[in-house]
Design a binder for this molecule. Structure first.
Ligand SMILES: [Zn+2]
Ligand SMILES: [Zn+2]
Length: 159
């Protein structure tokens, strides 16, 4: 019954992907954007990426799903998604490339490996209290903050 199990698993993946696509469609509609195949696929790729991706990497992934895709479509799509803050642009240290990540709209900090670019999310906000007291002392109205710690991940350290 291996064939049957494989079929079920494939169906499960397809079903999950369809639910994802529905989520991206809703997200695009909510922000007043038209649903285009390129936008949905780019969101799908970024949403499933384990670390922020450069435009050319996104393009390589996209080409596997959509062979007719071109790099300028990827750039145009990213610009549009950036403007609506559906994706965020980050630059990793020692890397001039702009990288893009799906905006999960949750407050998060990361540990970033400078060897393999692996990004490890940090649970909770370690500087929330500090930021608040610092701002109130300076009479500063905070709009947000970012904190990333750069270093070498456990896996790269072993190599
Ligand atoms: Zn690493
Ligand atoms: Zn924070």
């Amino acid at each position: 019954m291996i064939g049957k199990r494989l079929l079920n698993e494939t169906e499960e993946v397809v079903r999950r992907d369809m639910m994802d696509a529905e989520r991206y469609r809703r997200l695009l509609t909510q922000t007043g954007l038209k649903n285009t195949k390129a936008r949905i696929l780019v969101l799908h790729i970024l949403d499933h990426a384990s670390s922020p991706m450069a435009a050319d990497e996104i393009f390589l992934c996209l080409k596997k799903i959509e062979p007719s895709a071109n790099l300028s479509t990827v750039y145009r799509t990213l610009e549009t998604l950036l403007k609506k803050e559906i994706v965020l642009k980050t630059t990793l240290m020692d890397d001039s490339k702009s990288r893009y990540e799906f905006n999960r709209r949750e407050h998060k900090h990361h540990l970033v490996c400078i060897c393999c670019n692996h990004v490890i999310p940090v649970m909770g906000c370690p500087i929330d209290e500090y930021a608040k007291s610092l701002c109130s002392r300076e009479g500063f109205e905070p709009a947000g903050h970012r904190l990333e710690i750069y270093g070498v991940c456990g896996r790269c350290k072993k190599e």
